[in-house]
Design a protein around this ligand. Structure first.
Ligand code: UDP
Length: 365
């Protein structure tokens, strides 16, 4: 059978412009998925809110008001969509242009694209990038995974298990362009890193507390989403040596991250994956994290980092003391073996083969 090259339309998160950092890990995930599939000969167009930037492929920008981030809607039993919504406008564009594509790939963690799935005349693949946060989304994930088998994917088993019908979700992992990250065998000075959106669910205070106890400098990389929270951390840990590095491009981030002795990942929610972990590994940086969520499936305890009980600052401090047990090259090897764009691209391509053929068979019968 000859291999088909697909025409794919990727729909970005409607919470912020692609490249702004507001979308968190999903911004890198979308661009890496595009790279992985284009390397296999497929064509990709990205649709994203106005103000977006990407150098990966053709980008169509859509105007309109942004969606509120799902992590601020925990427990919600209704859906909020603003007037002149960018989400609505992106899906109107998708409806008008769908016949030019073989498949649409949705990266929004939103009710509307899930609901629309059976109404389109092209298959829609959904990337659900966070754990179950609200009954209204959970119910729609269950409904659509029942009507359209295999249409919804998550990164990890841990993420799938938070949904009512988690057994129906595809577990797709992730991939990064490992060549974009330089391996650093030995950092110049001992220091700690923390990477992510500065927002309460990401638990920066635990990393600040561990930095204060160990006396090691903590470099913080990421967008300040909650200014009050950020101020409070600085006043709560006056003796911690914290350096705010800003929200950096992948290239600048990897250069600075590679110079750190470890990445602390201290989320206070069930982290669906944690892109920063595999980016750190690619630079040779071990990850010290909580034994919960997706990070439990990524970090190999004692080999590529340490997993400690959620919220245990003494556990983080003990792990920092044991960092000399980790061979930084093992971290790089884990990414190359499990999270390369090639490996991930194969998995995404097989998923799309299945969705596209299921869809054409259903239309014939
Ligand atoms: N990031 C970045 N520059 C920075 C800090 C973070 O590009 O200075 C990106 C990082 O590459 C990662 C994302 O922000 O892709 C954070 O994603 P993660 O999955 O760790 O957490 P999320 O924000 O999705 O909860």
């Amino acid at each position: 059978m000859t291999k088909r090259n697909y025409r794919l339309l990727f729909l970005s998160t409607p919470v912020g412009a692609l490249g702004s950092g507001i979308g968190g890990g999903v911004e890198l995930t979308l661009q890496n998925a595009a790279k992985a599939l284009m390397a296999k000969g497929h064509e990709v167009e990205i649709v994203a809110p106005e103000g977006s930037v990407t150098n990966v492929t053709k980008l169509t920008q859509i105007s309109g008001n942004m969606q509120t981030s799902a992590q601020t809607q925990v427990g919600a039993d209704m859906v909020v969509i603003p007037q002149n919504s960018v989400l609505e406008n992106m899906w109107s564009y998708a409806r008008e242009s769908q016949n030019q594509f073989d498949l649409l790939f949705n990266f929004a963690y939103d009710w509307l694209p899930l609901y629309l799935t059976p109404f389109f005349n092209r298959p829609i693949a959904h990337w659900i990038s966070m754990s179950s946060l609200s009954p209204v989304m959970d119910a729609m994930v269950s409904k659509i995974s029942g009507i359209c088998p295999d249409a919804i994917a998550v990164n990890t088993r841990a993420c799938a298990d938070t949904f009512s019908h988690g057994d129906r979700l595809m577990i797709m992992g992730k991939g990064i362009d490992v060549n974009q990250y330089n391996f650093i065998a030995k950092p110049k000075n001992p220091s700690l890193a923390w990477v992510g959106r500065i927002s309460p669910e990401k638990g920066l205070e635990d990393a600040a507390s561990a930095a204060q106890s160990t006396g090691l400098p903590l470099h913080v990389f990421g967008l300040i989403q909650d200014e009050g929270y950020w101020q409070k951390i600085q006043t709560s840990f006056p003796k911690a040596e914290i350096y705010y590095e800003g929200f950096l491009s992948t290239d600048n981030l990897q250069q600075k991250l590679g110079q750190c002795s470890a990445l602390l990942m201290t989320p206070r929610w069930i982290e669906a994956f944690g892109n920063a972990a595999i980016e750190a590994f690619a630079c040779g940086v071990p990850v010290i994290s909580y034994s919960s969520g997706g990070l439990k499936e990524i970090v190999r305890h004692g080999k590529t980092g340490f997993l400690v009980k959620m919220g245990s600052v003494p556990g983080l401090v003990k792990a920092i003391d044991q960092l000399d047990q980790i061979d930084r090259f093992t971290c790089r090897q884990q990414v190359e073996a499990e999270y390369s764009l090639e490996v991930w691209g194969d998995r995404l391509e097989k998923w799309f083969d299945k969705l596209i053929s299921n869809y054409s068979n259903a239309r014939i019968s």
